[in-house]
Write a protein that binds this ligand. Sequence first.
Ligand code: SF4
Ligand code: SF4
Length: 486
Amino acid sequence: MAGSYDLDEPQFWSPDALDAELRRVALICNGCRLCHNLCPSFPALFGRIDELDPDREAAEGALLREGAPMEEGEAAHALAGVVVSTEDPVARLSGADLGRVVDLCYNCKLCFPICPYVPPHEFALDFPRLMLRAKAVRAAEEGVRLEDKLLGATDLLGSISTKIPGLANWASHHAWSRRLMELTAGIHRDRNLPEWAHETFDAWWEGRQEARGEGSDRPSAEDERPKAVLFSTCYGNYNDPEVPEAAVEVLERNGVRLAAPPMRCCGMPSLDGGDVQQCLEQARENLSRLGPFVRAGYAVVSPNPTCTFMLREEYPALLRTEEARALGAATRDLGEYLFALRRAGKLDASLASAGPVKVAYHVPCHLKVQRVGLRSRDLLELIPGVEVELVDRCCGMDGTWGMKKEFYELSLGVAKRATRQVAELAEECAAAEPPPKLVVVSDCQLAALQLEKTTGRQVAHPIVLLRDAYRAADAARSGGEPGKEE
Ligand code: SF4
Ligand code: SF4
């Protein structure tokens, strides 16, 4: 992590240095307040600073003594006698106040791109990474909490649960097991959980390679085709293999030479829980598996913007090696990669849909902060009959944050604006003639989980819609039903 967020700097792990840095940043933010409505973290900070401001108390007292309501001139007269303190309210923030701000940050990263004080500005402010540092220092002092360990152990949980998917899925829905999960893993009992797959993506890919007489994935230096490694994501592997499988179908259809070796979780859940060591281990292992492909000229493509963000931005910042920087430079979001193929004239445009469709496309925060445009939206607009509306609101899920019992209700509150927009679009569709089918879409499968909870609708990944549009076009050409790739 750059500058004052460098893991190897001894100051990084010092609680006193962290406290000083939190107060320095709080002072700058208090003078700026641009982020006042981005998330629960900033209102908690500014609200507490206002509560602690002695001038504010004095001013409010003066105004109340005069009775309400007052004209502007009368208010100015009442305030003229207020003695202004020179004490900075930020200095009065307690450790608990600052801890609350840290806890309420769900690492969406939205405050970073809008901040005027990020590096190379001399203030070198990076609010999201400061919050991650605070969580890391707390975990180093107090130990990683059991719930953060469990929520970060996605590979372990996934490999066990997908061996017994029937039992694991039953436990996800049963009241007493949910109470147990709440007690041990801190997952709110009402949080909808993803299903465990009966066949993982890794098993599907391996079977497919065997059926095609191809061995395990190795980088090929000779092939003239565009080459990519699919980072299938732990969620795609264990919970929703349809997404990486659809990615394989669409990428191969468009002439991409593909590899999909088994990967570990990108490490974001560990980082969110302050478990930096676990995150580093995951990052190093993924880097060792992806490095040979990157050196052979492969792009690394992921269907989940959070994982893309980790590989692209956080691995180079955490590991600070040439290899990590090369991986970051080779990483592409799936939509971004496919759209680049289109720009190069290499994307098959034979797409079809069954009728008019309105897509409510939710924009994931971690895609926005990569500043690569909204390429999944652009690709969906290529499908005849599809009209896309942006749902550009944070869903409040943000990885594991919205799963935790202490933040679950708050996370549903954050999702209200996105939910309301989907409801308005549903009304518009119902009133239209002919009424288009409304399909809610997000690149982020965890955002999809949240929106399924709050809207009561199924939420699809754009790559699934794109795959279906190719199949529909094939079926129309052959005069049959849309088929399924074997
Ligand atoms: S993070 Fe930056 S933009 Fe946001 S309130 Fe602080 S100084 Fe302002
Ligand atoms: S990263 Fe997101 S949640 Fe955290 S402080 Fe910034 S805007 Fe708020």
